[in-house]
Design a protein around this ligand. Structure first.
Ligand SMILES: [Cu+2]
Length: 175
């Protein structure tokens, strides 16, 4: 019976740690850095500076009513015709957009003329198996041997974060 209790406690702790882990390891990126989300900024340069992984969050900051943030299809990104191909749009002026999937994303501002004026960018979100930004090996999974179990990189990255999470847990819990 006591063994079961210990196992249950361990499992619960692991679950809580995992939840904290996801938050601890996700990064929030201010779109445009100090320039925020505005006209006259090259956002392609900005997006290419960063290495995005699943769980990261984009933060669009702008004066409400002057701009918006639209996730669009690649076609709409190219044409800047946001009368079609808008997947989701945000207009609060302080928009947080979670990058929940490992895929390409395209964003534009739908205010007339702004997309053509440069308020557009694309980015690629990776599964998160690389802990070092700019590691080009992570972009070539097809060339790697499949001997390692799927998600092995995740596991290692998770372990590193778990150590940090457990460390912070001990500050708050009486054991
Ligand atoms: Cu705009």
């Amino acid at each position: 019976m006591e063994a079961h209790m210990v196992l249950l406690l361990a499992s619960t702790t692991l679950l809580i740690s995992s939840a904290i882990l996801n938050q601890a390891c996700a990064e929030t990126y201010m779109v445009g850095d100090g320039d925020k989300w505005s006209t006259g900024v090259n956002y392609l340069t900005w997006s290419e500076k960063h290495s995005f992984v699943v769980g990261d969050v984009l933060f669009f900051s702008y004066v409400k009513g002057q701009h918006d943030a639209c996730e669009v299809t690649e076609e709409t990104y190219r044409t800047c015709d946001s009368s079609t191909g808008v997947i989701s749009s945000y207009a609060s002026g302080q928009d947080r957009v979670a990058l929940a999937e490992a895929r390409d994303y395209w964003f534009v501002c739908s205010t007339a003329g702004h997309c053509n004026g440069g308020m557009k960018f694309r980015l690629t979100v990776r599964p998160g198996n690389s802990t070092s930004p700019g590691n080009s090996a992570a972009t070539e999974p097809a060339t790697r041997p499949s001997a390692a179990p799927p998600g092995g990189g995740w596991w290692m990255a998770g372990l590193l974060c778990l150590v940090a999470a457990v460390g912070s847990l001990q500050l708050h819990l009486p054991f």
